[in-house]
Design a protein. Sequence first.
Length: 481
Amino acid sequence: MDKFFKISERGSNVKTEIIAGLTTFFAMAYIIIVNPNQIVGFSFGVPGVDAVWNAVYIATIIASVIGTLLFAFYAKLPFAQSCGMGLNSFFFTSFVLPQVIKIGNGEAGDVVKGYQAGLVIILISGLIFLILSATGAREYIAKAMPDCIKKSIPAGIGLFIAFIGFQNVGIIQANQYTLVQFVKLNGATWYQWDEALQSYVGVAPAVIALLGFIIIAILSKLKVKGAVLIGILATSVIFYLATWTVPSLALGEILTPFKDFADIGITAVFTADSWKNAFSPEMVGGIFSAIMLIVTFCLVDMFDTIGTLYGTASEADMLDENGDPIDVDKAMTCDSVATVSGSILGTSTVTTFVESAAGVAAGGKTGLTSLVTAICFAVCLFLAPFASIIPSAATAPALIFVGVLMLKNFAKVDMTDMRNAVPAFLTLIMMPLTYSIANGIGIGSIAYVLITLFTGKFSKKDIAVTVIALLFVAKFIFGTM
């Protein structure tokens, strides 16, 4: 095993890899429940929605296992895959929501048909990924990115996943005037017992998550092995003690989703009706709309993956002499195959997860980390209720802490040269502000090309990033996300 995974060669050991795999799993286990919720948009009660939720629930777990095992045995890298956040919401708004609206307006709508048409779009985009990976085009695109953007990607991802962590537990909340605000601790009412209890339960996850973050930071400063995982477990205990609650296990419903998965999920892309609906005006708005949807999913998945690979590989000290991730071609292939597999199984685009950085921060350096994560997902296929035992108040601190670790990469950008500084800054800041890794890379690339062009610095090596910038311009004009 040591020789196969190159554990000693990469300066790791089996215990560390197992802890890292568990850490990655706990950091991303939320996707098992969140992904089906995002794809149906919480529109429960609408005809067909519950069946779609069940199908996506099973597909999410199986796709995560397949994608992560590819990293374990083919690329042998400590990364995990699952259904991309943002992409699943885009799937909902593009394919499921239009049918929900029709039903709500008293018109004929079919949520299941919209869902199945969307899977065809995902399959096509996945096949395009696969072709680009097999020809080496994706690797070329990744390596052609300007150095300033490469260096700012990890830091941008750090801000992004920290922002996700802050949101998950309500530390950062929505505000109609300022868009976001810090959790309102001083707004709690304590003069009546029932109101005090309600207020306490409302703010407890945010306060406990901040405490968990400090615990991880202290353990890390003391150089405790597995500081992130220990922090997650310790914060979980604190959460249940502080809120005086007991984990809920709905064991009687374990087998319920499998029938819907077999009926409408895994069979969808093999039916003629799904392909017809994927390009029909009734379902997606016509052929042009379908093409733009395919292009959008391609761009977002490609650059989300490129960004994640550069970010996590940098954190794991797994970059080559040119600053590119080792075995980047294999990593791209893993992502492509996983996307195709996910669409066949019945879920939205599968991509490399930024939460992989949590496992890397715990010391993961090899495919054994991914194998452990995949096994955890596989167990959840039949014991999924146990995955919900770890509360978001315990996983959020891990994401925030990883954000701290990844911000250090931005110090490597030459901020005295505006040709480097401006694209790097836009890449950094636009990832959390637009809730998309791909958008950050796209906006940074556009800025780099314009500054390079109008300062007379444009050269042959900038052609690739120019093509990327033009593709993103088209995406921003004709697409969404």
